[in-house]
Design a protein around this ligand. Structure first.
Ligand code: SF4
Length: 366
């Protein structure tokens, strides 16, 4: 039997968006807010800062536990008002690297197209908190004209990441028109959709959506699971639906203090993703976004975690640890130091078991 989504159907992604929690009252009805959360939510309301949590994602939050990792990702906190050393409003220098309206280029071969300010859930650690939910709405094709013209004039850009906000919150029709326009640029080889919808609004990944996007391949989906609590039957089904339709799904986890900054939590997350054929791609040092100091970890913590996971987790489940350097100077991979000694033709390496092993180079010619 075909079940038709209606406006009264919580399985309908539009219902989820219409019924999202956006106010102090909405959050208070669902969760027993702490004084710090209440202050954070009131400050957001007064300052017009975006708050939105779908009923689905809010349902994953523990109503009684302020340490709940889902809750900490979506409920404002008083500490967001604090500025700490290193904080930046635009940590990746995206304004500085804008090459056309809504188009950012920080690397020679790829560019970022910002298609909307909307998200299903406004994450408290968002790199683009300066612009998400600012009310500017979806950018129409006409306004993206200069961005398309730039891409046509720069065939060295072969990979376009469509982001926002979350582009998968656009209507299917609008998203297809946008991607079709990009596909008409012969030098654009790969399109990537950067979306947290599989995590926060999995109802959006409908059969209708994947059928509509499939002719526009190759499209890669870059998603953003941060904690095993987010691996639900719904979110896993959304990922599997995408993968079955030929969309490689890659996951970028942000390392967040008190949420996922321990090897056991991340091991569970990465193993769960791989079971759904989602590749753990990056473990990202959190960007130095203004007001997120309480959610960030020291660089050394990420290295310790990677070291703990090396050897314990199959390679396909092990992401790269990345620091996207402040100011938009580019991503730097961080690797624990396994080289104990280096000499001419001979290197001593430390294995994951702590053994030291000598590796001899081949003899040089002449
Ligand atoms: S879904 Fe992405 S763009 Fe939107 S608030 Fe979360 S991190 Fe930011």
């Amino acid at each position: 039997m075909i079940r038709l989504a209606t406006s009264a159907d919580p399985d309908d992604w539009r219902w989820q968006l219409r019924h999202a929690a956006t106010s102090v009252d909405d959050l208070s009805r669902a969760l027993k807010l702490t004084p710090e959360e209440l202050a954070g939510a009131r400050r957001a309301a007064e300052a017009g800062l975006p708050v939105r949590v779908t009923p689905y994602y809010l349902g994953l939050a523990d109503p009684d536990d302020p340490e709940c990792p889902v809750r900490k990702q979506c409920v404002p906190h008083a500490l967001e008002a604090e500025t700490v050393a290193g904080d930046l409003e635009d940590p990746l220098g995206e304004v500085e690297h804008e090459v056309a309206p809504h188009l950012v280029q920080r690397y020679p071969d790829r560019a970022l197209l910002l298609a909307t300010d909307h998200c299903a859930v406004y994450c408290r650690f968002c790199t683009r908190s300066r612009m998400v939910g600012d009310g500017s709405g979806a950018v129409d094709l006409e306004r993206l004209g200069p961005a398309f013209a730039y891409l046509e004039a720069h065939p060295e850009v072969r990979d376009v990441i469509v982001s926002g906000g979350d582009p998968v919150t656009l209507s299917t029709d609008r998203l297809v028109r946008l991607l079709t326009r990009l596909r008409a640029i012969p030098s654009v080889e790969t399109i990537r959709l950067a979306t947290r919808v599989p995590v926060t609004l999995p109802q959006r990944i409908t059969a209708e959506l994947v059928t509509a996007l499939r002719p526009l391949h190759p499209i890669w989906v870059m998603t953003h699971f941060n904690h095993p609590k987010e691996l639900t039957p719904e979110s896993l089904a959304a990922c599997i639906r995408l993968v079955d339709a030929g969309f490689p799904v890659m996951n970028q986890t942000v390392l967040l203090a008190g949420i996922n900054d321990d090897p056991t939590t991340l091991e569970t997350l990465f193993r769960g993703l791989v079971r759904a054929r989602v590749r753990p791609y990056y473990l990202l040092q959190a960007d130095v976004v203004q007001g997120t100091g309480h959610l960030r970890t020291p660089l050394a913590r990420g290295l310790e975690i990677m070291e703990a996971l090396q050897g314990r987790l199959t390679g396909i489940a092990l992401p790269k640890l990345i620091c996207d350097t402040p100011g938009g100077r580019g991503k730097v991979p961080l690797v624990p130091d396994y080289v104990v000694q280096k000499g001419p033709g001979r290197t001593v390496l430390r294995t994951f078991r702590g053994e030291e092993v000598e590796v001899i180079d081949p003899p040089t010619e002449g």
